[in-house]
Design a protein around this ligand. Structure first.
Ligand code: ATP
Length: 212
């Protein structure tokens, strides 16, 4: 059964890897949505900067998703330029989508620090949250964040479709201990991170001399 909703999976994708891709595949299947977008951050505010420029991160995502028509890339943060605030991004998607449920997907490590995001209390006004399991990341929320999330949890993803925003669902995904940091470090050390990311993405990295 397919459901009308927009799922958004944001990240730096520096580079995209199978941890991201498998989680996206499993969550999109669980949600039953036909509109599942991976959304690369232009200039993430909570980091010093990215390693690869936005155009390369975008190109790698497009290569990774090319064989998978049901998963798309949303370029709006890269096109907008400047700092990328997820609250602005969700507001812009909300403007286009009326009352359609919007679902922001993020890993447990990212969810633990949600209260460091710009305008974080607005996020659940604009979207639901799906928090995906990630190895070595247990739920650990500040008191303020726990209080904010309290009472918003639903057990089944289908319940997110009843309202446009405001609920939280925890989703178990296959635990793949893969990170972009580890891939960048392997490349910088002259090692081969094959099988941790699509071979097309690795070929792109080699061709453009990224992360060396
Ligand atoms: P880095 O090592 O540079 O911090 P990363 O591997 O954590 O990168 P990001 O692009 O920062 O990747 O992550 C984007 C989103 O994907 C975050 O919500 C993060 O929690 C989630 N994510 C990343 N890797 C995994 C994984 N292996 N399993 C589940 N979720 C993941």
């Amino acid at each position: 059964m397919t459901r009308r909703a927009i799922a958004v999976f944001g990240g730096t994708f520096d580079p995209v890897h199978y941890g991201h891709l498998r989680a996206a595949a499993e969550v999109s299947e669980r949600l039953g949505v036909t509109d599942f977008r991976l959304l690369p951050a232009g200039q993430p505010p909570h980091r010093e900067g990215t390693w690869a420029p936005a155009r390369h991160r975008l190109a790698m995502l497009e290569l990774a998703l090319a064989p998978h028509a049901d998963l798309s890339v949303d370029e709006r943060e890269v096109q907008r330029g400047g700092l990328s605030y997820m609250s602005d991004t969700l507001a812009s998607i909300r403007t286009e989508s009326g009352d359609t449920p919007i679902i922001l997907c993020l890993g447990q490590d990212a969810a633990n620090h949600l209260d460091r995001w710009h305008d974080w209390q607005r996020l659940l006004e604009l979207a639901h949250l799906v928090v995906m399991t990630r190895p070595d990341a247990e739920p650990r929320y500040s008191d303020a964040l726990r209080a904010y999330l309290e009472g918003r949890s639903v057990d089944v993803c289908a319940d997110l479709m009843r309202t446009p925003a405001g609920r939280l669902c925890n989703v178990n995904v296959t635990r793949l201990a893969i990170s972009s940091t580890d891939i960048r470090e392997q490349i910088a050390a002259g090692r081969n991170p094959r099988f941790l990311l699509p071979s097309t993405v690795l070929a792109y990295i080699r061709k453009h001399g990224l992360y060396c």
